[in-house]
Design a protein around this ligand. Sequence first.
Ligand SMILES: Cc1cc2nc3c(=O)[nH]c(=O)nc-3n(C[C@H](O)[C@H](O)[C@H](O)COP(=O)(O)O)c2cc1C
Length: 227
Amino acid sequence: MSWVALVFVVSCATANPVTITMTPPPEPTRIPVFSTIALPAPRTRGTRTLEETLAQRRSVREFKDTPLTLDELGQLLWAAQGITHPAGLRTAPSAGALYPLEVYAVTREATYHYDPHAHQLVVHARGDLRVPLYTVALMQDAIRQAPVTIVITAVYARTSKKYGEERTPRYVALEVGHAAQNVLLQAVALDLGAVPIGAFFDEQVQNVLALPREHQPLYLIPVGHPR
Ligand SMILES: Cc1cc2nc3c(=O)[nH]c(=O)nc-3n(C[C@H](O)[C@H](O)[C@H](O)COP(=O)(O)O)c2cc1C
């Protein structure tokens, strides 16, 4: 039910009627489902220092039902892999600037693929995949509760073409750590909470989210308003 302004008129036998207007709380912003959604320009100024953000980061596993705004989601995705230089360089470092990471956001409305070049969401799958994702991640409740789970995947071939089969697993693992830490710190800076989740069944996550075979899931990061 949508909120309407409520007006109470209190009559009193001897005095004039008293009118009390109650302003409704703002509607939570639901993220719309189109084929692509332009994200708001990322902010490069915040309200707390890096040191405060580092000191406050803690894994958060219980979330309120409140959805994230498009601003918040865009900011988190930008933190993960946003482009910050005309040459295509990004918020997180990458061996040889080969950028093997592909990022998804699983929300109530849809699962989106992040396009860093256009800073936009591309609808990957419509509908709510949070419960199926939770079931293939050892039923970790944070995934079911969070309004958004950011999924970081990697295309190993982008890195192995230069660095070969021996160095590539190490480089990709290091890179996903960089990107994940950016998301975790950005969440704190937005007054949100998050937890990095590594315990899940890789192939089943791929199946549930209908990921391309070469997009191998490495990290799930539920994000939301801490309960
Ligand atoms: C590689 C890695 C995998 C993790 N996997 C999970 C996980 O599957 N589920 C979970 O609840 N937390 C997971 N965590 C979070 C750790 O449990 C957490 O960082 C640790 O308890 C320290 O707490 P803090 O993050 O609040 O400092 C993981 C952390 C890392 C670095």
